[in-house]
Write a protein that binds this ligand. Structure first.
Ligand SMILES: [Zn+2]
Length: 75
């Protein structure tokens, strides 16, 4: 059970506005309310992808190095 706010406040002019508005009708400032889904930009996605890749590649490299060491010791 989540309570969705009925109103939001314009950060620029302080007007009380319906929560679904994307833009303040008084001063034209863009509001967070409806545009929350578009919060991820291409830069954010690239950064997240690189972090995920780093977390995937580091263990693979460790496994590869350990297996190479094991093979070289066994011979
Ligand atoms: Zn405003």
């Amino acid at each position: 059970m989540t309570h969705t706010p009925m109103h939001q406040w314009c950060p620029k002019c302080g007007a009380m506005l319906p929560a679904h508005l994307e833009e303040c009708p008084r001063c034209g400032t863009r509001l967070k309310g409806a545009g929350a889904d578009a919060g991820y930009t291409a830069k954010d996605i690239a950064q997240i992808t690189s972090v995920i890749l780093a977390f995937a590649i580091v263990p693979l490299c460790v496994i590869l190095i350990v297996s190479i060491v094991c093979v070289s010791i066994a011979r």
